[in-house]
Ligand binder design. Structure first.
Ligand code: PGA
Length: 251
């Protein structure tokens, strides 16, 4: 079994570099061998951590698709890489909520893969319905977010399935592992239709209200390759507890 990916998406947290430093110190001191831990802090903090030798990997929460020019406030995939990022989250639903379309996301995926970053493309339906419309929504979202990405350049592509109704404090909580398994199979099929056999090597992660109680069941029964964690990832002890439970280690 290959190592599971446990990815921390810190979002707009914490407020200071000192606090970020404190959290990183706790996480990096732990010895977790059965999983790859990736922390995606706010990009402005990144250089501070990647300049030190650590067992952790780091990523960014977004990148811009252009490589240089008059794009105030943006940073490119190559810039993120040169700062030490190995991963980039692309198309998170919170960015899509600010108007990021599938078309923009596809350009970012392409740029991120080109820079050879592990590219975590987030997809997920807003709501579930009993007629299966959410499946067509999901398929269209995946297809359009990958438009232009050639089958020869998908090394590093990772899909994070994050149904919107499971994300954040006001959500209904994580989805059932059984439903996750079914949906992950569907995502795998869509990827297979798109990329053929190569799709089998694309890791599929789950995200949405993951905590130390549900992490192991989601991984084992949901049969996914890793987890993308929001709220619980900013609390270092909770994040480590999740990582240990994913590997089957006692916390
Ligand atoms: P959550 O967020 O774990 O706080 O639900 C997940 C995400 O947005 O990636």
């Amino acid at each position: 079994m290959s190592k599971k990916l446990v990815v921390a998406n810190w979002k707009l947290n914490p407020s200071t570099l000192e606090e970020a430093d404190r959290i990183i110190k706790i996480i990096s001191r732990a010895k977790i061998t059965g999983a790859t831990l990736v922390v995606c802090p706010p990009a402005v903090f990144l250089g501070r951590f990647t300049s030190r030798k650590m067992s952790l990997s780091f990523g960014v929460q977004d990148i811009f698709y252009e490589t240089a020019g008059a794009f105030t406030g943006e940073y490119s995939a190559l810039m993120a890489k040169s700062t030490g990022a190995r991963f980039a989250i692309v198309g998170h639903s919170e960015r899509r909520a600010y108007g990021e379309t599938n078309k923009i996301v596809a350009k970012k995926v392409e740029a991120s893969l080109k820079a050879k970053l592990g590219t975590i493309l987030c997809v997920g339906e807003k709501e579930r319905d009993t007629h299966g419309h959410y499946l067509s929504y999901l398929k269209a979202q995946i297809d359009e977010s990958l438009e232009g990405v050639s089958k020869n350049h998908i090394d590093g592509l990772i899909i994070a399935y994050e149904p919107l109704w499971t994300i954040g404090e006001r959500s209904r909580g994580a989805m059932e592992a059984r439903d996750l398994h079914e949906t992950a199979l569907f995502v795998r099929k869509v990827l297979h239709d798109y990329f053929g056999k190569k799709a089998l090597s694309i890791p599929i992660l789950y995200g949405g209200s993951v905590d130390s109680e549900n992490a192991r069941t989601l991984i084992i029964d949901g049969q996914v390759d890793g987890l993308l964690i929001g709220r619980e990832s900013i609390k270092p002890e909770h994040f480590l507890k999740i990582a240990r439970s994913v590997t089957g280690a006692k916390s």
